[in-house]
Design a protein around this ligand. Sequence first.
Ligand SMILES: *[C@@H]1O[C@H](CO)[C@@H](O)[C@H](O)[C@H]1NC(C)=O
Length: 193
Amino acid sequence: MAVAIFGRFAFLLWLTGVSVAVNYFEAEELGPCPHVLPTPDVTLKQLEGKWHLSVAVLDAAKENLEENSVCVTGEVFVHNSTHMKQIWDMYTPHHQEFPVGTVELAMESVRPGVWAVQTPLGSQITGILFGYDLDLAIAVFCGWQKGRQVHLFTAAATREGSLTPSLRLKMSSILLDNGYNPSTTKLIVWSKC
Ligand SMILES: *[C@@H]1O[C@H](CO)[C@@H](O)[C@H](O)[C@H]1NC(C)=O
């Protein structure tokens, strides 16, 4: 069980540098990077502080919904007007004092809403913020595979740990507006973190 959860996270946060996950991405044919409209007017100050990872969207052949029992919380630290750092900790809900994994991402603004993300592996991926509200931020992360930009995952982070029905509704409408198709995506949901 614990291994399965870890596998999922390694997959999701390929950025952790777990080689198993890297192999997965090499083996798997990933879909194209979604054409989303970047949110241009969000300042770094608005992203600063603590977030909870609430929903991850992955390309999948079959519609699928999964609840995950490991929680992921993050914090955004702003260096200056163009650079920020995100630190994400994973932990089991009853042992918040002991993170079971940490990922640090250095991010540099390329243009409003678009980020060059330095992974711990040393590779660079692209992050595009396309949904923002005071309590919600949605970004897509794309990398390169065989010379084309592919969809690694889309992540929705919330300020609050519980995913309320109104937040879920807001998220789905942003995803649908940006062309996400529920029948070809897999959702991983953290509703009780
Ligand atoms: C912002 O911070 C980054 C990383 O600390 C640094 O490399 C960059 O030169 C800084 N940019 C400005 C405009 O100060």
